[in-house]
Each structure stands twice: as structure tokens, then as C-alpha cells.
Design a protein around this ligand. Structure first.
Ligand code: R5P
Length: 326
């Protein structure tokens, strides 16, 4: 019997979302001009997760978007199970789109008998079926090397800078990093804004997780508007203490740009009661109404995610999205 090819075999882009932040996935889908693939995701009575995509994905280029907000372990597990279902359904290429990559702060052993959870995460994603990872402002660039496959590391800095340049006169700005380990990233901000750079040397108390001690400010901050840049806001301790150190050293004003609004524990209270004039974050994680405050500005990461997904799908260049920016 002769079997003829009756259907065209061109690639199809499919966007699947977990339940962590469907509004962001919808925004990305609208920008791409696609509909989210319908899914059935639910819990069994014992709490285990069940996931099934409602359409065939055979031969497709599938992007599975899920951000690792609270409850982080549940959202990670859900994305892993979605990936597994797609792998077993013969998707051709499976990209895990993780705007905020959970466990990224656990990227090395600081003491004996500690895990490297960021590496374990990469292994789990590979095993589940991800052939590619896409994320935004990873806590440490070396996390890309943990995943055995391509990683598209996107940077929010150009979006932040466009916002800042549009709103402020940056001639009196000093870019400040609260973490000497992220000085290369801060250097890119400094170049982009043509502003000098300062560093806050921060030490943590090894006996108390989440307790931060700010030490000295290195650089010109007196009379300047200090733009504190960081990858995330957890409890807010790092940024609030950094801002106080800047004011103690004569800063005129402090503005914060931090990509991921994890906003755990006392973050909202600490930030809204601080002397920071504006806190600018990306919507890589949901920021519910009760966590919003007057000086908080949330910018959208969706256009960048959509452009990067389009580049990957069309075998274009993700690097060119950042030419001169990273
Ligand atoms: C630290 O290495 C990170 O870049 C952030 O500065 C830190 O995780 C923020 O955490 P928190 O807001 O709890 O101080």
C-alpha cells in the first residue's frame, strides 16, 4: 500500500502555561498572536499533580511557561510534570520558560554538607524533558552551565533603563550594586546610563539565614541619586539596609531597580516604610494587590519573553535582542 504525505510538516509554535502566573502567559501569547494550549491540570486528593495538554503536540516546538513564585516547590513540580507529558507526547523541541528560576541563590557550596540546589534544578528540568531553558536575570550567570543544553539568559536591564531614562534626569545618577559579586552586571548598567558605579560591601551573618549586615560604601554617592540594582527582592533586607548605608554616606535620593519581586516575609512593610523613592520591578512573578504600595512600579517582561520565544522558534538570534546591552 502506498502512503503519501498529505499534511504539510512545517513547525508549529505552542505555548503552554502552568498555573503559577497565567496572566503573564496570556500576555506573552497575545504578543505572539497565539492562543495558550488548553490543559487539564489538577490535584489528586492526596495533593499529587495531574497534567495533560488537550491537543496533539507531536512534532511541535513547545514553550512551557511557569514562574517559581510561592508556593515554589508546587509550581516547580507542576512544570516538571508538564514537561514530562510533552516529552512522552512526542513534542519535537521543549523549552522551559522560567521567568524567575527558583533555587537560583543556592548555586554553590558556602559550607560543607550544603546542596547545590540550582544544579539539581537543572538536572530535574533535563530529565523531565526540557531541551532548552529560558530565564531572566539569573542570580548567577554560571547557572547556565548547570543545564546540559541551550539556555537563553535574558536581561531586563534595557527595559529598566528605558523607563529610568524616560522618567529621570540621569546626569546626577550613581549606579550602586549591593553585592560585590554582581559587579559585572552593575557595570553594564553604568555603561548604559553613562553613570559612575559604587559598591556596597555586604556581609552576612553565617549563623542567621536572611540576616544581612551592610558594611561600607565604595564610590561617589554624596549628593547623588543612587540607583540600586539587584536581581531580586526577597525580604527586602539587602536593599533597605543598602539604602540606609547610602543615605548615611550623603546620598540625595535612592531608587531601586530589582528584577524579581519575590517579596517574602517583611519585604512590603520594610520597603514602604523606607526612604527609597521608587522601587521598580518586573512582573516575572505575580505581585498581588495586597503587595502593591505607592512607590512600587511593576514593568512588564512579556514583550521581551515574546520576542525571545519568536527568535528561538524562527531559529533567529536571542543575542541580537541585547546587542550592546549585556
Ligand atoms: C543576594 O545575593 C541577592 O542578589 C539579593 O540581594 C538577595 O537575595 C535579596 O534578598 P533579601 O531581599 O532577602 O535581602
Amino acid at each position: 500500500m502506498e502512503v503519501t504525505i498529505s499534511r504539510p510538516t512545517h513547525k508549529k509554535l505552542m505555548l503552554v502555561s502552568g498555573r503559577a502566573y497565567p496572566e503573564l502567559a496570556e500576555e506573552v501569547a497575545a504578543l505572539l498572536g497565539v492562543a495558550l494550549v488548553p490543559t487539564e491540570i489538577r490535584e489528586f486528593p492526596d495533593g499529587e499533580v495531574y497534567c495533560r495538554v488537550a491537543e496533539s503536540v507531536r512534532g511541535c516546538d513547545v514553550f512551557v511557561i511557569q514562574s517559581h513564585g510561592y508556593p515554589v516547590n508546587g509550581w516547580i513540580m507542576e512544570q516538571l510534570i508538564l514537561l514530562d507529558s510533552l516529552k512522552r507526547a512526542s513534542a519535537k523541541r521543549i523549552s522551559a520558560v522560567v521567568p524567575y528560576y527558583g533555587y537560583s541563590r543556592q548555586d554553590k557550596k558556602s559550607r560543607g554538607r550544603e546542596p547545590i540546589s540550582a544544579r539539581l534544578m537543572a538536572d530535574l528540568y533535563k530529565t523531565a524533558g526540557a531541551t532548552r531553558l529560558m530565564s531572566v536575570d539569573l542570580h548567577a550567570a554560571q547557572i547556565q552551565g548547570f543545564f546540559d543544553g541551550p539556555v537563553d539568559h535574558l536581561f531586563a536591564m534595557p527595559i529598566f533603563c528605558d523607563y529610568i531614562i524616560d522618567k529621570y534626569d540621569t546626569s546626577e545618577f550613581t549606579v550602586v550594586t549591593p553585592d560585590a559579586g554582581r559587579i559585572r552586571v552593575a557595570d553594564n548598567w553604568s555603561d548604559r546610563l553613562s553613570a559612575p558605579l559604587a559598591i556596597i560591601h555586604k556581609r552576612r551573618d553565617p549563623a542567621q539565614a536572611n540576616v544581612v549586615h551592610v558594611n561600607e560604601v565604595v564610590g561617589r554617592v554624596r549628593g547623588r541619586t543612587c540607583l540600586l540594582v539587584d536581581d531580586m527582592i526577597g525580604t527586602g533586607g539587602t536593599l533597605v539596609q543598602a539604602s540606609e548605608a547610602l543615605f548615611d554616606n550623603g546620598a540625595a535620593k535612592v531608587i531601586v531597580c530589582a528584577t524579581h519581586p519575590v517579596l517574602s516575609g517583611p519585604a512590603v512593610d520594610q520597603l514602604k516604610n523606607s526612604r527609597i523613592s521608587e522601587v521598580v520591578v518586573m512582573n516575572t512573578l505575580p505581585v498581588p494587590a495586597e503587595k502593591r504600595f505607592d512607590t512600587l512600579t511593576v514593568l512588564s517582561i512579556a514583550p521581551l519573553l515574546a520576542r525571545a520565544i519568536r527568535e528561538v522558534f524562527e531559529d533567529g538570534s536571542v543575542t541580537r535582542l541585547f546587542d550592546g546591552a549585556a
